[in-house]
Design a protein around this ligand. Sequence first.
Ligand code: PRP
Ligand code: URA
Length: 210
Amino acid sequence: MINKNLTVVDNPLVLRDLTILRDKNTGVREFRDALRRVSYSLAIEVSKLFPTRSVKVETPLTETEGIEFQKDVILVPVLRAGLSMVNSFLELLPEAKVGHIGLQRNEETLQPVEYYYKTPKTLSSSKVIVLDPMLATGGSASAAFTFLKNKGASDITLACLIAAPEGVRKIESEHADIKVISASLDEKLNEHGYIVPGLGDAGDRTFGTL
Ligand code: PRP
Ligand code: URA
């Protein structure tokens, strides 16, 4: 096990869609569709971490036990690529609030450059789910977590599509409290900081800016 805080979701639907996402011949529309579908599986896996409490519910026949979530949920997509995961999460968590963090990785230094932050005021009492398809060096995710913690967040999970071992290790050493839910743990980063085998640039492939 590379990291006790990493969970890799692998069901046949995810593996089939990962194959579509990795394929260099997949077009923008199919890419978006596959990422939307994988995001449902990620949302379901993340929901297993939600604290719940039992509640009574009256069916038409009798009273029985159900559950409700203890905390509100805040989704925080990392712009741009994280936007492609938001709608799937919102379909399953329709009450969630949404914050945004704008980070652009400098492709020379591989350091994240911040350009936008807007988050709900209830971070400290909420379950915060950061959405970003790619965890490469981990610089962007780590910067997002530091910002959210400085704003009061204390219960953060990252949902991503592909993680590199380097990024997982960075999160473990800098943010050991944060769980990472990923659809894949890939082999490595190449000399340009791209995940191998990966899928290329997630933002460019989602928005057609290649
Ligand atoms: C990509 C990706 C992550 C980041 C991962 O975004 O969506 O945010 O790179 O790399 P890291 O782990 O090495 O920081 P990018 O900066 O390319 O911006 P984009 O989403 O606007 O394309
Ligand atoms: N960002 C991406 O979009 N893809 C990678 O492989 C690494 C960082």
